[in-house]
Write a protein that binds this ligand. Structure first.
Ligand code: NAP
Length: 257
């Protein structure tokens, strides 16, 4: 499949979980993937998997909290052969602590990665995508960006901010007629290292995501990272030409009720 042939995609948090699956899926569809993560070894692991599966990509170290690092990483992407057409803001972090005992530094860390990182990505990548003819930004928000969850104040706040920044920037791009679409996706219960850590941190007796999903996800199964990647690829593609400023839950019905 060469749906994205000649186009480059820039993915943050690409070293693990959903970001890795998105990188592999875009590469499998013909995109050159800039697989970025603040853990260089895990980004390298994703780039190796891309090459092993017949795709093309390069690992880049990027801590999304730092504006100068964004500028350096995107300058590198500018030097590539393929036009930058897709940005996926996937890097994310969380802490499960109630509001009253959460240290301000922890709150700020979550905001810095999830909100400031997403803002910086859009600020610096969108002008480049527009210059290369247009494309799409997909911000990975969460179920927590659509509904409140006790103990997740900072994460809910960060993912709600991601959702609304997406809509504001989508309208800015529309106003500029720059041919860049901006959408958010809202995963609910995806079997990744981060989800397993959150299950562990909550001290749950049941640790298997599929077992937990039987009662906590309406359709009764956990989502795979590849299933999130399929929706991201759709939003990145020309088939989604008329979709911008939208929010797509990928949650097995968790926000339907
Ligand atoms: P994950 O496996 O922990 O992957 C997140 C990646 O982001 C990791 O490689 C992480 O590196 C990286 N990262 C963290 N801080 C970063 C920074 N400052 N700069 C660059 N990279 C950074 O988590 P995941 O479950 O795949 O989550 C991916 C995204 O989906 C996140 O935005 C998350 O909030 C969202 N999400 C996940 C679920 C779910 O059920 N899994 C549900 C809703 C939304 P380290 O591993 O080194 O920390």
């Amino acid at each position: 499949m060469s749906e994205f042939a000649g186009r480059a995609a820039f993915v943050t948090g690409a070293g693990s979980g959903i970001g890795r699956a998105i990188s592999l899926a875009l590469a499998a569809r013909g995109a050159f993937v800039w697989a970025t993560d603040f853990d260089e070894a895990s980004a390298n692991g994703t780039a190796e998997l891309i090459e092993q599966t017949g795709g093309h990509g390069t690992a880049v170290r990027l801590d999304v909290r730092h504006e100068a690092e964004w500028q350096t990483a995107l300058a590198l992407a500018d030097s590539g052969d393929d036009a930058l057409a897709v940005l996926v803001n996937c890097a994310g972090t969380f802490a499960i602590t109630d509001t009253f005992s959460m240290p301000l530094d922890d709150f700020r860390r979550i905001m810095a990665v999830n909100v400031e990182g997403t803002f910086l990505g859009m600020k610096h990548a969108i002008p480049r995508i527009a210059k290369s003819g247009g494309g799409a930004v997909i911000n990975i928000s969460s179920l927590a960006g659509l509904k409140g969850m006790a103990g997740w104040t900072a994460y809910c706040g960060s993912k709600g901010a991601t959702r609304m920044m997406t809509k504001a920037v989508a309208l800015e791009c529309a106003g500029l007629r720059n041919n860049v679409r901006v959408n958010s996706v809202h995963p609910g219960f995806v079997d990744t290292p981060a989800l397993r850590k959150s299950i562990h941190d909550r001290g749950s007796q049941v640790v298997d995501p599929d077992e937990i999903a039987k009662t906590s996800v309406p359709i009764g199964v956990a989502c795979s990272p590849a299933e999130v990647a399929d929706t991201v690829c759709f939003l990145a593609s020309d088939a989604a030409r008329h979709i911008t400023g939208a929010e797509i839950p990928i949650d097995g019905g968790m926000t339907a009720g």
